[in-house]
Design a protein around this ligand. Structure first.
Ligand code: NCD
Length: 324
């Protein structure tokens, strides 16, 4: 993760770019979570909300997405706002003619009140924020860098279950090197005391040494493990991730490691405690078998998804200054 001089939000969201989980502090998370609980009620209510009435938000996604794109779009519409939706701008916009990111951003900030961007390059959201003179930029994933709104929904899902974000034991498994959701979630967990995280991955997909040392320095207790046999039986959550195929130059290397660790009912039976939750940012591509889905501890197709929409509703309403 690039080291940054990002200043913390300190509870003030209005007009701010949301680029990294490093901007968050406990106070800001507390505020966001309080509003997220209200947003869950609004979303379930049949009555339309007009919190974002009159607002238009651009969603521009240079990389594929289902959940993040759909959830941002739904969250804006749930609050009575409107969207300009551009998927694959490399093909369907002036980007195909060679337009720079800066010019694209300057254009859409003339039409809309905020821009949500996903891009394959680390730092692209920060670059967009540099270019934008007026409207806030929200990072929906920048290459292997960060994915702050995913981490916010993951943190909220853990908080909803355990009522705290400290004193937790977790397992994070899969592609820890390239998984941006992993990087953002570790940043979030490091804001709280006494969290122990077991990192299960193939050796070549471990966190970079610099990231490992950084997160340790931030206060997390990290254990790198290389076999399921080392899984602790008392973990509060497992956070499973897919191996990020699109980050591999050599696909035969991907094939070798893609299914190193697979969650099955047997693995759950052997190592998962009865009160834990099993999370996954999705998409999964075989690393959790579908017969695990019926397990009530498997929240990836349940609360974790719904919380994504609620948290984005709250975040957008805060950033656009519609709630305090
Ligand atoms: C993640 C992402 O795009 O980083 N997906 C998501 O937004 N939920 C995880 C992934 O693609 O593996």
């Amino acid at each position: 993760m690039p080291d940054t001089h990002i200043s913390t939000l300190n509870g003030i969201f209005k007009g701010q770019d949301i680029l990294s989980l490093k901007q968050f502090d406990q106070k800001s998370l507390k505020k966001l979570f309080k509003h997220t609980a209200t947003m869950a009620k609004i979303a379930k209510d049949a009555k339309p909300s007009d919190i974002l009435k009159g607002n238009i938000v651009t969603l521009i996604f240079y990389e594929p997405s289902s959940r993040t794109f759909g959830s941002f779009a739904a969250s804006i519409k749930q609050l009575g706002g409107q969207t300009i939706e551009i998927q694959n701008p490399q093909q369907f916009s002036s980007v195909a003619k060679g337009e720079t990111l800066e010019d694209t951003i300057r254009t859409f900030e003339a039409y809309t009140d905020a821009i949500v961007i996903r891009h394959p390059q680390v730092g692209a959201a920060a670059q967009a924020a540099e270019a934008a003179k007026i409207v806030p930029i929200i990072n929906a994933g920048d290459g292997v860098g960060e994915h702050p709104t995913q981490a916010l929904l993951d943190l909220y899902t853990i908080y909803e279950k355990f009522g705290r974000l400290d004193n937790l034991t977790g397992v994070m498994a899969g592609d820890l090197l390239n998984g941006r959701t992993v990087h953002s979630l570790l940043t979030g967990l490091s804001l709280f005391k006494k969290n122990i995280i077991n990192l299960l991955s193939p050796t070549n997909l471990r966190l970079t040494r610099a990231d490992f040392l950084y997160f340790q320095h931030q206060g997390l207790t990290l254990h790198e493990i290389s076999s399921e046999k080392e899984l602790p039986k008392d973990a509060d959550f497992w956070y499973w991730t897919r191996v990020q195929k699109e980050r591999f130059k050599d696909l035969s290397e991907y094939e070798k490691v893609k299914h190193s660790f697979i969650v099955t009912p047997e693995l759950m039976k052997k190592y998962a405690s009865k009160d834990m939750i099993l999370m996954h940012p999705l998409p999964r591509v075989g690393e959790i078998t579908t017969d695990v889905d019926a397990d009530p501890r498997a929240v990836y197709l349940r609360s974790e998804i719904r919380n994504g929409m609620y948290i984005r509703m709250a975040l957008l309403a805060l950033v656009l200054g519609k709630i305090k």
